[in-house]
Design a protein around this ligand. Structure first.
Ligand code: NDP
Length: 511
């Protein structure tokens, strides 16, 4: 932590009440470029005092500003304009995402940036919907009109992780804005840059009233907790580890905040005996190694029929060894570095745990050496086989390129074992028999099941977890609902005293 670093790297402040400013302490923290293991920018390191300023601005914008009452069509227009502004800077967003996270440019260019734009556009369309739902019948013996009105919740604290920085920022901001809320966004300390660029685009567009979107950077234990504790914050939306999710639930309970939590995973990929093995091989690897395995929904446990085990493993290993590890900015690169040296240490600990538990290392398991990137935290894509589902390797979230292959004897056993997990976020079924695959999907306890695909998170389809993978859903109408309060409005249409027998419970009948 530095107040005035000596280099000339870009510096970014906090965005509060429509203005960029330094942290009250004047402190900055450096942001790394993992491939090179060196800083690429500095960002303000906020404290509780700055959070208070941001929450006050968001509160004011909600309580007395125009945003919550802005007509849906106007909100839609603004979200589309933001999507346009980001689209114009697509290449820049993709490059910064790759440099800051270490994710290959091919992925940031073809997934992170276009999916972010698409999510903004879908929420722009959803914003047009009238937040109104008539109730078709009533129980009162008088004539009345009853309807449900959806209102924005208020000030939303949004805390995001480092693994999909841009997409996560959009997943939080877009539904909150579409429904008329105001925001205090806290990006992850490792990867704040594309969220900052997003807020820059909002600022430059001049489309949102002051205080509607605020951004604070700084350490989660201080800044994140200050947001969650703040009595003027009405809702917390968090994506990150289950451990921090638990802490947030605990803190949010003091003021009974609405909370949406999208947490960890240990998702199963079930290869059925009739699977197309070419498709399943690439599918399992795509489910596992996209983003270097740093995805909450990654398919980290692969269940394979015993009868196919050796053949399938051979295919997996051969294909894994073709993955090119290297410079994230090279379009030929398939796997970049992990986000940090700390994350590499975690992954290496789990590789050691896997060996100690008696699993067989089929490929990988070591640091990868990339010429010119000696300081980057690269790890070879790794496969363990003969894993038992009760091993730590199969039960704990590693968040790196480590696949556990688990042989099974019957489909029933595979489903039962797949469900033996504290998590329940994603899953995949690989089969030629779609009807049978749907039956398997129905028995898997997780929020999303892909059949013959992986990682498809449609902006219209609900995404979230069973069990300790989270609470609530993001995306589409389900995600919108998480940002609204539900109000029943009852309108008496008779406007007469007589006939209201329920009033007689208190008042003498009128003669
Ligand atoms: P965290 O859950 O610690 O961080 C996620 C976000 O929460 C970050 O913005 C972080 O800030 C913030 N935060 C941290 N502590 C608190 C707190 N006490 N109160 C409020 N906010 C807080 O994830 P890590 O980055 O530490 O990763 C650790 C592990 O979590 C990974 O190895 C992986 O297993 C899992 N993980 C899961 C993710 C998922 O999508 N399910 C995403 C990321 C991680 P800051 O960055 O400043 O610490």
């Amino acid at each position: 932590m530095d107040t005035q670093p000596a280099d000339d790297l870009p510096r970014y402040g906090l965005y509060i009440d429509g203005r960029w400013s330094d942290a009250a302490s004047g402190k900055l923290m450096s942001v790394n470029e993992p491939a090179h293991g060196r800083p690429m920018a500095h960002v303000a390191s906020a404290s509780a005092e700055d959070v208070h300023r941001a929450v006050r601005a968001a509160r004011r914008a909600f309580d007395s500003g125009p945003w919550p009452h802005t007509p849906p069509a106007e909100r839609a227009r603004i979200l589309h304009a933001l999507a346009d502004a980001i689209e114009e800077r697509s290449a820049e967003f993709a490059e910064i995402e790759s440099r800051n996270l270490g994710v290959p440019l091919r992925k940031s260019t073809f997934i992170d940036v276009p999916w972010s734009i698409e999510h903004l556009r879908v929420f722009a369309e959803l914003a047009r919907r009238q937040p109104y739902e008539p109730l078709p019948w009533t129980d009162v013996p008088s004539v009345s009109w009853n309807f449900v009105w959806r209102e924005p919740i208020g000030v939303c604290g949004q805390i995001i992780p480092w693994n999909y920085p841009m997409l996560m920022a959009v997943w939080k901001i877009a539904p909150a804005l579409a429904t008329g809320n105001t925001i205090v966004l806290k990006p992850a300390s490792y990867t704040p840059l594309t969220a900052i660029m997003l807020v820059e685009a909002i600022h430059e567009s001049g489309l949102l009233p002051r205080g509607v979107v605020n951004l604070v950077t700084g350490p989660g234990g201080e800044v994140g907790e200050a947001i969650v504790r703040h009595p003027d914050v009405d809702k917390i939306s968090f994506t990150g580890s289950t451990e921090v999710g638990r802490r947030i639930m605990e803190l949010a309970s003091a003021t009974v905040k609405r909370t949406t939590l999208e947490l960890g995973g240990k998702s199963p990929s079930l290869v059925m005996p009739d699977a197309d093995l070419d498709l399943a091989t690439d599918g399992v690897l795509f489910g596992m190694y996209l983003n270097g395995g740093q995805s909450c929904e990654a398919g980290t446990r692969c269940f394979v029929p015993e009868s196919l085990h050796d053949e399938f493993l051979e295919r997996l290993v051969a294909r894994t060894r073709t993955l090119r590890i290297g410079d994230p900015l090279d379009l030929e690169t398939d796997v970049g570095p992990l986000v940090s040296e700390k994350q590499r240490e975690t992954v290496e600990q789990y590789i050691a745990i896997g060996r100690a538990e008696g699993a067989t290392l089929a490929t990988g398991g070591h640091r990868a050496r990339v010429p010119g990137f000696e300081r980057g935290p690269f790890v070879e894509p790794t496969i363990f086989t003969q894993v038992r589902n009760d091993m730590r390797l199969a039960q704990e979230e590693i968040f790196g390129p480590v696949l556990a292959v688990i042989p099974y004897r019957s489909v029933t056993e595979a489903i039962e074992q797949a469900n033996v997990s504290n998590f329940g976020l994603g899953a995949a079924v690989w089969s030629r028999d779609i009807q049978a695959a749907i039956e398997v999907a129905k028995r898997i306890r997780s929020g999303t099941v892909w059949i013959n695909d992986y990682h498809i998170l449609l902006p219209h389809a609900p995404f979230g977890g069973y069990k300790q993978s989270g609470i609530g859903r993001e995306h589409g109408v389900y995600g919108m609902m998480e940002y609204t309060e539900t109000k029943h409005i009852h309108v008496d249409l008779m406007q007469r005293r007589d006939g209201r027998i329920w009033w007689d419970a208190l008042l003498p009948p009128v003669e």
